[in-house]
Design a protein around this ligand. Structure first.
Ligand code: SAH
Length: 274
């Protein structure tokens, strides 16, 4: 099953494999010797030429500075600005700014699938769907989507992630943006155990969306008293897998209402049709 996360090799360009090793003890030295020997053996397989092994010593400070340089201030859609917490940004009128420290968690606004969800949130805000909404953020990562939803008018966010480090990062980002009182982040997955939601965000991968389809549907509020039904925003769908996700959604009574793409990634929005 291809979910779009596989590495692809460009035959016209050399491939570089980089490994980072802690220097403490003798382990690094031994690993380097072993790698050099193994690369020598690899030549025997008639692959493309294997170059010399380059070894460089990095200082911790350089590494963290280099890492931070990778994260610029990002504008997504018309109004959303993702500001890495260590950068300055002069706010313009109408901006919706989130200060984020991604830590080790996914969700910096850099990935097309995250951007698709942020743009969907912006559209929901314009349509008046977010005002007072209760939001579930499935696979919250750094918390970027749920926190953006709050900034755009949602009332509260419940975030879950199977990675406890992501949960801690999301909670820290909520505090950083003074949104903690309206959030709850919990380690784990679905079902949430909470009452049904107005909006469910799930930026996962196709195979997980298929697996979780019925649990996702069950988190959505049905239409009631003139209010439209809850919406699922499902993203992280590699275009080849879109039919599988659509089929799984239909099988659990979800109707697809919107489709957005960026590059080879698709986001679908669905509602319950019961
Ligand atoms: N919402 C963020 C992060 C998306 S990455 C963004 O849009 O940028 C997907 C996240 O889902 C990861 O943090 C991963 O730990 C989490 N995850 C993976 N499987 C999960 C599952 N079964 N239930 C909940 N979270 C899951």
């Amino acid at each position: 099953m291809l979910d779009g996360l596989e590495a692809r090799i460009d035959p016209d360009r050399p491939v570089t494999v980089r490994a980072y090793l802690p220097e403490a003890g003798e382990t690094a030295g031994r690993a380097i010797d072993a790698a050099r020997t193994a690369l020598g053996h690899l030549q025997a397989f008639g692959l493309r030429p294997v170059g010399d092994l380059e070894v460089r010593r990095l200082r911790e400070a350089d590494w963290s500075a280099a890492w931070k340089r990778q994260f610029p201030v990002l504008r997504v859609g018309d109004r959303i600005v993702i500001r890495p917490s260590w950068r300055r940004y002069r706010r313009r009128e109408g901006d919706v700014v989130l200060a984020l420290d991604p830590g080790a968690a996914f969700g910096t606004g850099l990935h097309p699938t995250t951007r698709l969800c942020l743009r969907a949130l912006e559209r929901h805000a314009l349509e008046g769907r977010l005002e007072g909404a209760r939001v579930l953020d499935v696979g919250c990562g750094s918390g970027i989507l749920g926190l953006a939803a709050l900034r755009l008018g949602a009332a509260s966010v419940f975030g879950v992630d199977t990675d406890s480090l992501a949960v801690e990062t999301a909670a820290a980002n909520a505090r950083r943006n003074r949104l903690a009182r309206r959030t709850r982040f919990r380690s784990g997955s679905l079902p949430s155990g909470a009452p049904a939601f107005d909006l469910v965000l799930a930026n996962l991968i196709a195979s997980l969306l298929v697996e979780l389809a019925s649990l996702l549907a069950a988190e959505l509020r049905p239409a009631s008293r003139g209010r439209p039904p809850g919406r699922l925003v499902a993203s992280g769908i590699f275009v080849d897998r879109e039919p599988d996700v659509r089929r799984a959604f239909e099988a659990v009574g979800l109707a697809v209402r919107e489709r957005e793409t960026e590059g080879e990634w698709v986001a679908l929005e669905a509602e319950r049709v019961d």
